[in-house]
Design a protein around this ligand. Structure first.
Ligand code: SF4
Ligand code: FES
Length: 367
């Protein structure tokens, strides 16, 4: 039987750089970060944006690291708009001046997602590892409002700041945001190093879910709330990236094309680069994109589960990190043989008195 041809991707996340003035301990970037001289140049990104539009991508998310660390950000936005893509900038705000924001508006930037490390300077600057960052972010939020960019606030929550969820919702309203993403930390990349310091308790996680449900009712029509729960405390995994190779792709700063941001953690997969192959070839033909598409790769218990086309077995990167096998059922799932051990570990991390944060930093690759 031949597998049906995949649908075209809808969204592309361009990680323009791994450089970032912040050093958040929950960063999902890989442990080995790309250096500036390895990054794709402006022309290559522009060609990739054209190719993306050519295979059906509609939305382009410009991310990092901190995308504002790229000097050519305005040119990149222009190139993406010329390619006909809807452009969204995902930023901490650091590195954006009023003049630069105006230039981004003139270049056609459609939307901004501003990250929030905490709702006051004390917590935000500690988590971001950047003194004065919160004050600068608030200034940037004001300019964003003055220019009139549609805004989404990205609040990343964990044990140290979950109590700030009500204030984060208020801030979204005050800033005129149309949407807030309330994301409990997902433990990929650097974040894995900080589970003991950041894992929320089960009660905290449930309380957040309750508060989100209540706020969704209360703020209906005013604010859209997207919610990523603390999945170590859940009984079913999330459908990661909407399903592997289903609706979106990520490009790393050096140009490798991934089905999800953590895919490079799966060592037996080879990821093609935009320097050697077209996005069309990579999306439709590459072994890495086809590895976990659909359900043919699944084993028990997923293969005979009624939810297999709901969550596609959860996250492959998390299955590898926690069960030692990228083909395994995501241990978040109650049917996984590793589920009980994961929940016990989550409780132990949550009860830990560890409060030292391991901040994200550039690890120099050996020469
Ligand atoms: Fe999802 Fe697999 Fe768990 Fe079923 S067994 S709920 S498909 S992860
Ligand atoms: Fe890779 Fe979920 S992060 S599949």
């Amino acid at each position: 039987m031949t597998a049906p041809r995949p649908q075209p991707p809808i969204a592309m996340l361009a990680e323009l750089t791994h450089r970032c003035p912040l050093s958040c301990p929950y960063c999902s970037n890989p442990l080995e970060l790309a250096r500036q001289e390895q990054e794709l140049d402006t022309e290559t990104w522009a060609r990739v944006f054209d190719e993306a539009a050519g295979i059906g991508v509609l939305q382009l998310h410009l991310s990092g690291g901190e995308p504002a660390s790229r000097r050519d950000l305005v040119e990149l936005v222009s190139a993406a708009r010329q390619a006909g893509l809807y452009t969204n900038l995902i930023t901490s705000g650091i590195g954006l001046t009023q003049k630069r924001l105006q230039a981004l508006d003139d270049a056609g930037l459609d939307h901004i997602q501003l990250s929030l490390q905490g709702t006051n300077a004390e917590i935000a600057d500690e988590i971001g590892g950047y003194r004065g960052g919160f004050a600068r972010k608030m200034q940037v939020a004001q300019w964003i409002g003055e220019i009139g960019f549609p805004l989404t606030l990205n609040a990343v929550l964990h044990r140290r700041n979950l109590h700030q969820l009500p204030r984060a919702l208020e801030m979204a309203l005050e800033m005129g945001a149309r949407r807030i993403e309330v994301a409990t930390v997902q433990f990929h990349g650097w974040a894995l190093k900080n589970r003991a310091a950041l894992m929320p308790s089960r009660d905290q996680a449930r309380d957040a879910t309750r508060q989100v449900a209540e706020a969704r009712l209360r703020l209906k029509g005013q604010l859209v709330i997207d919610y990523v729960p603390a999945d170590y405390h859940e009984d079913y995994p999330k459908r990661c990236m909407g399903g592997w190779g289903t609706s979106g792709l990520n490009i790393t700063p050096e140009g490798r094309v991934l089905p999800c941001h953590a895919a490079e953690s799966i060592p037996h997969l080879d990821f093609e680069t935009v320097r050697r192959a077209s996005l069309h070839e990579i999306w439709y033909e590459s072994a890495a994109f086809n590895a976990y598409r659909g359900t043919d790769w699944m084993a028990e218990p997923c293969v005979s589960c009624e939810r297999k086309t709901v969550d596609f077995g959860g996250c492959r990167c998390q299955a590898l990190a926690l069960a030692g096998d990228a083909n395994a059922t995501d241990p978040v799932c109650v049917k996984s043989p590793h589920h009980k051990a994961l929940q016990a570990a989550a409780e132990a991390f949550a009860a830990s008195t560890e409060d030292t944060l391991t901040y994200r930093q550039m690890i120099k690759a050996p020469v």
